[in-house]
Design a protein around this ligand. Structure first.
Ligand SMILES: Nc1ncnc2c1ncn2[C@@H]1O[C@H](COP(=O)(O)OP(=O)(O)OP(=O)(O)O)[C@@H](O)[C@H]1O
Ligand SMILES: [Mg+2]
Length: 216
């Protein structure tokens, strides 16, 4: 479970301060699908980074299964992330010197199994598994990034605009896949999206409005 209490987040840029979140409290269950929506610049990516310990906040607390992120060392946070989280980012961050398949293998310490093959097939990118990221399209990279995030079967899956670069057909393939993954593995899946139809398919949809989180 992820529990946020009275959290404040401010960015300071060239001494100018910008509050992104003010007094946010929210509890995620240990399993289920949550979407995050909000206009561009409202704080979706920041929110995903905060709840996974990748970004710091000024006030309040964020707990992952009772572990307070504020009291954990950088190493402990990194260990927690590796053990519990899988990430698929807006910009893919695949390792360029590894093939798509090797990127997936690297995420689960080289242990291939039928699981990776099955994910690549379901996402429609099995035929490009031996290509390097620079040789595939933006949408293929995005699906590869999702495949990599899922290859170690994370308990918590964080996705930033997972369908952002995809056409309608592939967007639906990814959506169905993610929703199935969550229910089959009893995982917590949290994704940010601008696609309102996709947002509505989550168990709960959270809207970022005026530096707050509002459940729709
Ligand atoms: N590292 C940073 N330093 C300073 N300001 C930042 C930083 N990252 C983001 N911001 C600002 O914080 C606000 C929230 O940004 P964020 O990237 O979380 O928005 P978003 O909802 O993900 O937007 P988009 O839909 O365009 O991806 C924006 O106003 C942005 O300019
Ligand atoms: Mg964003």
């Amino acid at each position: 479970m992820i529990s946020i209490r009275n959290m404040h987040k401010t960015y300071t840029d060239n001494s100018a301060k910008q509050a992104v979140f003010e007094n946010v409290s929210y509890e995620f269950n240990s399993q289920g699908v949550y979407s995050i929506v909000g206009s561009s610049g409202s704080g979706k990516t920041t929110f995903l980074n905060l709840i996974s310990g990748l970004d710091a906040f000024e006030k309040g607390s964020i707990e992952i299964d009772g572990r307070n992120l504020d009291t954990l060392s950088v190493e402990a946070k990194s260990t927690l992330r590796k053990a519990e989280f899988g990430f698929g980012y807006q910009f893919h961050y695949l390792l360029e010197n590894l093939t798509i398949h090797e990127n997936c293998l690297a995420a689960c310490h080289g242990q291939d199994n039928s699981h990776i093959t099955s994910i690549l097939k379901k996402l429609g990118i099995y035929h490009i598994k031996d290509k390097f990221p620079s040789k595939v399209s933006g949408g293929e990279k995005q699906r590869a990034s999702i495949a990599r995030a899922l290859s170690k079967k994370p308990r918590i899956l964080i996705l930033d605009e997972p369908t952002g670069n995809l056409d309608q057909e592939n967007s639906l393939i990814v959506q169905d896949f993610l929703l199935n993954y969550a229910s089959e593995n009893k995982s917590l899946v949290i994704y940010a999206t601008h696609d309102i139809a996709f947002a509505k398919r989550a168990d709960k949809s959270l809207n970022i409005v005026e530096r707050s989180i509002v459940e729709k």
